[in-house]
Design a protein around this ligand. Structure first.
Ligand code: TXD
Length: 309
């Protein structure tokens, strides 16, 4: 049986690390593309040469065009710019929309049956754009943010309680950014809600650190943003899809009335399998949780309206 094929667009920090984790897990052959000449080719060749040491046989190709991407099972989109001094969030929104829009045109034409995983920020708006521009059905366009946000929350919970990260599950809803909605009462250690294990103020501090998780790393790195945990999160989704695991993960998905939100990409728990989003898992929320989710969706809608999607 031929190995699945994953295209990763953008050979920067997140893209190259996604390629690395995919081949290390022998999930798929990888095509890595970027606009910078030589960058995807160089990184792909370097990763290929790690194969004999790590023991993987996956094929890796780097390219500045899309020819080799045809027939991909999954396309991961990490292409984009980071905010530069003097650039507003709106400038970034428009610049990345131009980049992601152009990428989607190419990959959708050459891989009409692919599942798109969008990573570029502002994440939820870029997922909406990719869906609109590709014309793909809603179950084949997914944004990555929730797996990362919940991984951060899980890390902090495990640290606070001195338990294995493997025991910790965490539940995060909403858009990627300041308005994300971590749900402590659905976050557990070996099935025990953390609300039974930690005082309220301690949980609030962990929630705050989670919402601020990306900025904490940007401040430490000075240049660039987090990429190991983001890439690991993407690859969790890639594995769930390619292995048809029906794994429930928090992802940015198109809502069609679920949670009272219609026509918008927002972070919710979904079941991921070979066809993409198999189901949006809808759970009852308390009034303050529903209100927080509503505020988060409003923030996403505002960006989407700026893009006139
Ligand atoms: O949770 C999440 N969704 C995120 C999102 C977590 C981490 C990073 N997040 C966002 O992903 C971040 O804000 C950026 O918008 C993207 C990529 O982050 P990364 O850290 O990988 O950025 P880099 O290292 O700058 O890489 C971006 C690459 C770079 O090599 C550019 O040359 C390339 O994108 N690029 C393009 N590739 C292909 N086609 C086009 N048009 C293009 N434009 C730039």
């Amino acid at each position: 049986m031929a190995r699945p094929k994953v295209t990763v667009v953008g050979a920067g920090n997140v893209g190259a690390t996604v390629a690395q984790y995919i081949v290390e897990r022998e999930l798929a052959d990888v095509v890595l593309t970027d606009v910078v000449e030589g960058l995807p080719q160089g990184k792909a060749l370097d990763l290929l040469q790690a194969g004999p040491v790590h023991g993987y046989d996956c094929r890796l190709i780097g390219a500045n065009d899309y020819k080799g991407t045809a027939g991909s099972d999954i396309v991961v989109i990490t292409a984009g710019l980071a905010r530069k001094p003097g650039m507003s969030r709106d400038d970034l929104l428009q610049k990345n929309a131009d980049i992601v829009g152009g990428v989607v045109d190419e990959v959708a034409r050459l891989s009409p049956d692919a599942i798109l995983i969008v990573v570029t920020n502002p994440l939820d708006a870029m997922a909406q754009l990719a869906w609109k521009r590709s014309g793909f059905p809603k179950h084949r366009v997914i944004g990555m943010a929730g797996v990362l946000d919940s991984a951060r929350f899980r890390t902090f919970i495990a640290e606070a309680l001195e338990v294995s990260v493997e025991n910790v599950t965490a539940f995060v809803l909403g858009g990627h950014g300041d308005t994300m909605v971590p749900l402590p009462r659905y976050s557990t250690v070996a099935g025990i809600p953390i609300t039974e294990l930690l005082p309220k103020e301690r949980i609030e501090a962990l929630v705050k650190r989670t919402a601020n998780g990306g900025a904490e790393i940007v401040n430490l790195l000075k240049t660039g943003s987090a990429f190991y945990a983001p890439a690991a999160s993407v690859v969790d989704m890639v594995g769930a899809i390619l292995k048809d695991k029906k794994k429930v993960l928090p992802c940015t998905a198109y809502l069609d009335g679920e949670y009272g939100i219609r026509g918008l990409f927002v972070g919710v728990p979904v079941k991921l399998g070979r066809r993409g989003v198999l189901q949006v898992m809808e759970i009852p929320l308390l009034p303050d949780e529903q209100a927080a989710l509503g505020r988060s969706a409003d923030a996403v809608r505002e960006l989407v309206q700026k893009l006139k999607l």
